[in-house]
Design a protein. Structure first.
Ligand code: PDD
Length: 292
């Protein structure tokens, strides 16, 4: 079952118009939310970012944020998702193809869910990354449907037998193709500041919060590719990857090819924040159904 605007329906019942601006211009925004034990993790943060992304491209959401949240929770329930992802996208809507945005266009919402296991092996053993130039636009803070720069970087990494691509602008590391990047040197955690050059990841914010709680020194400052290659530990974060160690970058082995002690400390703290069924630590699906 998928969500089409505010209707629950089957995927093959939905007609996507050829002139949907999401399709023709990548004109729209999206979110990916993690479900743990039937509970949507950090739903409020994802909803807030969705609202912000839409506002930044001058798009009014078709329903209130509370409404959208309730629809997504219902979708998770209808599909009986235990551990998985919710994908939601809102495109500008349908109109004759023209670069100019027509007045009174109605946005189109689509959402689906997937049962996806936590990537336990990668979280434990780490992944390899290539370094490649960040060729994306200058509004990476918007979670826009335009992902060609990311897709091309991921494809390059995969073709070379690597798991991810770490992006840099003139040798200053920004983020990975679909993840934020952190490095640790002499006990200090470094990550790119949340500006127009990166997406301010929900998992990134979680890591910064854990670091603060544990009194670990953090610097939100851009660092060079040379610094990255000399780091004691490197990891990437995202809703689906959680905190994944990076053990190899191009030909350089990081921390003897293993996950490092600070990375592991952060992972353990993150693990403790993962909602257990109905513990009330996030928006509980079952709780919200009971409220109706
Ligand atoms: N990607 N940076 C980029 C460019 C991303 O696409 C993502 C997420 C992140 C991490 O953000 P968060 O922690 O909120 O997931 C950083 C999602 C998962 C995706 O496109 O599938």
């Amino acid at each position: 079952m998928i969500l089409f605007n505010n209707q629950f329906t089957e995927r093959d019942k939905v007609n996507i118009d050829m002139e949907d601006r999401g399709y023709q211009f990548g004109d729209g925004v999206y979110e990916v939310v993690r479900v743990y034990n039937g509970v949507c993790f950090r739903m409020e943060s994802h909803m807030a970012r969705l609202k912000r992304s839409a506002a930044e491209i001058g798009m009014t959401l078709p329903y209130s944020l509370e409404n959208i949240e309730q629809l997504l929770l219902k979708l998770v329930e209808k599909n009986a998702i235990h551990t998985g992802n919710v994908y939601i996208q809102i495109s500008r809507g349908v109109a004759p193809r023209d670069h100019q945005i027509p007045a009174n266009i109605t946005p189109i919402l689509l959402a689906n869910t997937k049962e996806v296991e936590r990537p336990i092996y990668k979280i434990k053993e780490g992944i390899s990354c290539i370094l490649t130039e960040d060729v994306r636009w200058l509004r990476c803070d918007i979670k826009s449907l335009n992902l060609l720069g990311s897709v091309m970087a991921t494809q390059k990494a995969n073709q070379l037998g690597y798991g991810e691509a770490i992006l840099h602008r003139r040798n200053m590391v920004t983020e990975a193709s679909s993840k934020n990047v952190f490095m640790i040197k002499d006990g200090t955690i470094k990550t790119h500041p949340a500006n127009h050059l990166i997406l301010d990841g929900i998992t990134r914010v979680e890591v910064l919060d854990i670091a603060k709680e544990k009194n670990l020194p953090v610097v939100e400052e851009a660092f060079s590719t040379d610094e990255l290659l000399q780091a004691d530990e490197v990891f990437v974060t995202s809703t689906t990857a959680e905190i994944t160690p990076v053990t190899k970058i191009d030909e350089t082995i990081i921390n003897k090819g293993q996950s490092g002690p600070i990375t592991q400390m952060l992972q353990q703290a993150f693990e403790q924040r993962i909602p257990k069924h109905g513990d009330g630590s996030s928006v509980s699906l079952f709780f919200s159904i009971g409220q109706k």
